[in-house]
Design a protein around this ligand. Structure first.
Ligand code: ADP
Length: 358
């Protein structure tokens, strides 16, 4: 291959020919996305075949971004500098992921990725999970009920231990199908939170009571330290579910003799509720991903403890549906999961990159 052939002795500098420039069109054609270069006059100076086939031959070169895409949102965004965003293209009635980067001489590179197929597949996946979990509910609860009935009958020791296994797994299957159903309701937007003002201290105390018994079996102390009178705006049932999932994890992953604490505070326009534990912590490489469905940092331990791998995904969706954010800090001494929700005094929507009242 000429590209990689090496001369035995390097040529003297003066004799070396200038590096040939990589042809712009070849670079554009090699990109997997629809790609084009906009000149300083805002018109397409070059485009690859994918861009031409997205908008139709002859509808790109020499035309402005607005003429080609009919998207004012995209044209405005490009004026502001580099960006990456999902936008709707009225010219095509399509959602695309658009990325733009400045080039030399006042030009800009624009990349568009058609998201239609990805969105369709995502909808198919969501519907499948919703239908499957719905269909599984009835047989699973029948199994659970039958196993419980059998356990109340006189059985020999061997039979009893097998029925115990059936019962435990039916229980786990029931939790899994319920979690999947909850999650798909959240993803399909069927869940509409109704915000009410909640006083946090008594609300959290009520939830902690649910964990006292299971925690005491591991000599874990569970408590809260929440300023009296602190309130937040939230959907009561959703917040209950979020905190139950976080408390359940904290108690589950904290070893014998540890401590679980719920704290809450006003943090400028938002209320932050944290669940702290003295458990093993979560390694950096897992921390980003534990809010994904079925992701487990330590799959053996998590499965053994009866987890479905869906608890944190539910927490994230419920928080976002209420205009809040969720996160985790973790080290060797334990973990702190936090959720931020709007405080009653502010109308601000809390987002990761909060830009003030929305
Ligand atoms: P699971 O049902 O497996 O607990 P989650 O979605 O609730 O699923 O949590 C995802 C993973 O995050 C868990 O499998 C576990 O590895 C990790 N994790 C969650 N909470 C904690 C915690 N408090 N301490 C340590 N690891 C945790």
């Amino acid at each position: 291959m000429a590209l990689f052939r090496r001369k035995s002795a390097p040529e003297p500098l003066a004799a070396r020919a200038p590096e040939p420039e990589v042809p712009q069109q070849a670079v554009l054609d090699a990109l997997p996305d629809a790609a084009g270069v906009l000149g300083p006059d805002g018109r397409f100076a070059a485009a690859n075949a994918a861009m031409e086939s997205l908008f139709g031959a002859g509808r790109v070169l020499g035309r402005s971004l607005l003429e080609t895409t009919r998207s004012k949102e995209l044209a405005d965004a490009l004026e502001q500098g580099p960006f990456e965003a999902e936008v709707h293209l009225p010219a095509l009635q399509k959602q695309v992921l658009a990325r733009a980067r400045p080039l030399s001489h006042g030009r800009a590179l624009l990349l568009l990725r058609d998201l239609t197929e990805a969105k369709r597949l995502e909808a198919v996946r969501r519907d499948f999970i919703a239908n499957a979990s719905h269909e599984l509910r009835t047989p699973v609860s029948a199994l659970k009920g039958a196993a419980e009935t059998l356990l109340s009958m006189p059985l020999d020791a061997d039979a009893k231990s097998f029925v115990h296994i059936v019962s435990r797994h039916a229980e786990r299957l029931a939790r899994l199908t319920q979690d999947l159903l909850d999650l798909s309701r959240l993803e399909t937007g069927l869940f509409r939170p109704s915000a009410e003002t909640l006083e946090l201290a008594p609300f959290v105390e009520g939830l902690i009571e649910l964990f006292v018994e299971v925690a005491s079996k591991k000599q874990i102390s569970v408590g809260a330290d929440i300023p009296p009178g602190l309130r937040c705006r939230a959907d009561r049932r959703a917040l209950e579910q979020m905190l139950v999932n976080l408390l359940d994890n904290a108690v589950k992953y904290t070893p014998q003799g540890g401590r679980v604490t719920v704290l809450a505070d006003d943090v400028g326009g938002a209320v932050e509720i944290s669940v702290l534990d003295t458990g093993p912590g979560i390694e950096d490489r897992h921390r980003e991903r534990i809010f994904e469905r079925f992701y487990r940092a330590d799959s053996g331990r998590a499965r053994e403890s009866g987890g479905t791998g869906l608890g944190l995904a539910i927490v994230k969706h419920l928080t976002q549906a209420q205009g809040g954010t969720v996160g985790v800090q973790s080290g060797r001494g334990g973990s702190r999961f936090w959720i931020r929700l709007p405080s009653p005094s502010s109308n601000a929507v809390v987002t990761e990159t909060s830009r003030g009242p929305a």
